[in-house]
Design a protein around this ligand. Structure first.
Ligand SMILES: [Zn+2]
Length: 118
């Protein structure tokens, strides 16, 4: 299997299969699960499944304070990579970022203002 080279993934069926195979569940708390990956000694946090929320898997820098690790920048960056950007500026007032494909706004405003998660 290929290494998980990114720091964040949408928890699609491939990722869930991967967790099943290679990850060990360490703890569950506050709507998250903490996993350990024995292949590369890494720690990961998975959102508990919720039918109204996109479920994400995030690589943790360490297992310390794992429930409070702030991953919002990773989530916004993933949104950008998932959609791709255009050469058009975001239409939000005073924003200099580029708009996402199929949207008139950037990843930051899509995430923080419109609640877009994928
Ligand atoms: Zn913007």
């Amino acid at each position: 299997m290929t290494e998980l080279s990114e720091n964040i993934y949408y928890a699609d069926q491939n990722i869930l299969n991967r967790i099943e195979l290679d990850f060990e569940l360490i703890d569950r708390k506050d709507w998250y699960r903490l996993y350990y990956c024995k292949n590369d000694n890494s720690y990961w946090r998975l959102d508990e499944w919720d039918k109204y929320q996109e479920q994400l898997l995030v690589r943790l820098p360490s297992p310390e304070n794992w429930t409070t690790y702030d991953d919002i920048e990773l989530r916004i960056d993933l949104l950008k990579r998932h959609h791709g950007t255009t050469a058009n500026k975001c239409i939000w007032k005073d924003c200099d970022r580029m708009a996402l494909k199929d949207m008139a706004i950037c990843e930051f405003h899509a995430y923080t203002e419109m609640g877009v998660r994928k």
